[in-house]
Design a protein around this ligand. Structure first.
Ligand code: SF4
Length: 423
C-alpha cells in the first residue's frame, strides 16, 4: 500500500506532514512516487485564507471524479479544516465538511498522529522541529486558535532528544517551530488551564498564581522544570537543574513566563548542530533575555522573521496585536544594535477591515524605516469564527487590496530596502 501527502499552508503544516508520513510508514505503507500511484491520499489542509480552502475543495473534487471513474482510492483530510471542525462543539462544521466533500473517507484530527514516531524528514541537513502547537493570542483576523486550539508546549527534553537524534542522522540545521514560538513553555510553567486567563489578571494576582503552582520556587527566582511538568511528562526531567523563565512584560505588567530563551540555548549546545533559527516569533514576547541569547550565540542565524501585520496603531488595535508601531520600532532598534548584521522579514496584511489609505501609508512608512529583506504580504480574507468576522465589515474592495498588495510587494520585495532607515 502506498501513500501520498498533499500539504497546504505554513511550515507548521509541512512539519506535521513529516509526522503523518511516519504515522503511515509505521502502518506498513510506502511513499508513492506520485499522486497517481497512491492508494491513500492525505490532504493536510490550511484555512488561513479563502483561496487555500478553495484549492482544497478543488483537489477533493478532482479526486472524487477519479473515484467515480473506478479508481480505488482512500481520501483522508487532516490539518486545520479538521482541527476547526473537531473543536466546534455542535458538530455542525464536521457535517458541513462531510456534505461538501462526500468523497472523503476519513477526517483525521492531527492530534491523533501525535509525536510518538520520528518524523520522515524531506531534507538531508535541515529539519523542522515543532516546539509547541496552537496559539492563545486571538489576533482578530486569525483562525489558528480555532483550527489548532490553545498553545501546548512539548516537554523540553522531548525536543532536545529529537534534536540529538536528528544530528545523529546528519541534520545540521534546525528550525524550531511554533505559531508563537517565543512564548514556548508558558503552559509548562503555569499549567495549561492558567494560560487562558492570564492576560486579564492584574500583575500581582498573576505573579502569585504563577508561583503557587510551583512550591519549589517560593521566592519567584526560578522554576524547576521537573517539578512543574507533571507525571505524564517524565521526560521533561532536566536533572534537577533550575530554569528561570523569562517574564514577558506587556502594558506595564508581566504577561507570561517563557522558556524559549533557555530552550534555544540548550538546542545550540548540542554537538553537531551548526545553525538554529525559529519561526514565528511575535513582537510582544521578544524579551531582552531572548535578544541577549541570540546576540551571544553565533549558531543562531542572523535573520529573524518578526510579523508586524500593520504599521498603523488603530489597525493594530483592531487586529488585537498587543504592540504599537512605536513599540515595534523600538524592538527593531534594540535587535539591530545588539545583533550586528541582523536582517528581518515580516508578515503584513493589507486591506484589513476599515483600513484607510492613510493607515496603509503608515505600513508603507514602517517598511521603509525597518528595511525588511522580505515581506509575506496577504490581502485580508474574512474567516469564519474570528473576531474580525463577527465585529468588523470587510470594507476594502478586492481591487484596492490588490493595489496595496502590489505597491508593498514592489517596495519591499523588489526594491532594495535592506538597509532601512531605522537606527
Ligand atoms: S499570534 Fe495571532 S496571527 Fe499568529 S497564530 Fe496566533 S492568533 Fe494567529
Amino acid at each position: 500500500m502506498k501513500y501520498h501527502i498533499v500539504t497546504f499552508g505554513c511550515q507548521q503544516n509541512q512539519a506535521d506532514s513529516e509526522r503523518i508520513a511516519s504515522f503511515y510508514r509505521a502502518r506498513g505503507y510506502a511513499p508513492a512516487r506520485s499522486r497517481k500511484q497512491a492508494d491513500d491520499i492525505i490532504i493536510n489542509t490550511c484555512m488561513i485564507r479563502q483561496s487555500a480552502e478553495d484549492r482544497i475543495y478543488g483537489l477533493v473534487h478532482n479526486l472524487s471524479i477519479e473515484k467515480l471513474a473506478g479508481r480505488k482510492l482512500k481520501i483522508v483530510v487532516t490539518g486545520c479544516m479538521v482541527g476547526m471542525a473537531a473543536r466546534e462543539k455542535t458538530g455542525r462544521m464536521l457535517s458541513q465538511l462531510r456534505r461538501r466533500m462526500p468523497a472523503v473517507d476519513e477526517f483525521l484530527p492531527i492530534e491523533e498522529v501525535g509525536f510518538d514516531y520520528a518524523p520522515v524528514r524531506t531534507g538531508p541537513q535541515h529539519a523542522w522541529v515543532p516546539v509547541s502547537n496552537g496559539c492563545n493570542n486571538f489576533c482578530t483576523f486569525c483562525v489558528v486558535p480555532f483550527t489548532r486550539g490553545r498553545e501546548v508546549s512539548r516537554p523540553i527534553e522531548d525536543i532536545l532528544d529529537e534534536c540529538r537524534t536528528l544530528t545523529g542522522n546528519g541534520s545540521t540545521h534546525i528550525t524550531l517551530l511554533g505559531q508563537n514560538v517565543n512564548s514556548y513553555g508558558a503552559d509548562l510553567v503555569l499549567g495549561a488551564d492558567r494560560i487562558q486567563v492570564m492576560r486579564d489578571l492584574p500583575g500581582k494576582t498573576y505573579f502569585e498564581n504563577a508561583y503557587s503552582r510551583n512550591p519549589r520556587s517560593p521566592n519567584g527566582q526560578g522554576v524547576q522544570l521537573s517539578g512543574i511538568t507533571g507525571s505524564q511528562n517524565k521526560k521533561a526531567d532536566t536533572d534537577g537543574r533550575e530554569i528561570t523563565p523569562v517574564y514577558v512584560r506587556h502594558l506595564g505588567r508581566l504577561r507570561i513566563p517563557t522558556l524559549f530563551p533557555h530552550l534555544l540555548n540548550e538546542v545550540c549546545r548540542i554537538d553537531g548542530i551548526i545553525s538554529v533559527d525559529f519561526l514565528s516569533s511575535n513582537p510582544w514576547d521578544f524579551t531582552d533575555g531572548l535578544i541577549s541569547v541570540i546576540a551571544n550565540n553565533p549558531k543562531i542565524l542572523r535573520h529573524i522573521h518578526l510579523p508586524v501585520q500593520a504599521g498603523d496603531n488603530e489597525v493594530l488595535r483592531r487586529m488585537n496585536r498587543w504592540y504599537t508601531r512605536e513599540d515595534y520600532l523600538v524592538l527593531v532598534g534594540k535587535l539591530k544594535s545588539k545583533i550586528p548584521g541582523l536582517t528581518l522579514s515580516t508578515d503584513i496584511i493589507v486591506g484589513f477591515c476599515g483600513e484607510t489609505e492613510q493607515q496603509f501609508r503608515q505600513t508603507v512608512s514602517l517598511c521603509r524605516r525597518v528595511g525588511f529583506t522580505k515581506a509575506y504580504i496577504s490581502m485580508y480574507s474574512d474567516r469564519p469564527m474570528t473576531a474580525a468576522h463577527k465585529a468588523f465589515a470587510d470594507t476594502v474592495s478586492r481591487e484596492e487590496k490588490k493595489r496595496r498588495w502590489a505597491y508593498l510587494d514592489e517596495l519591499v520585495n523588489k526594491t532594495n530596502l535592506r538597509r532601512g532607515t531605522y537606527r
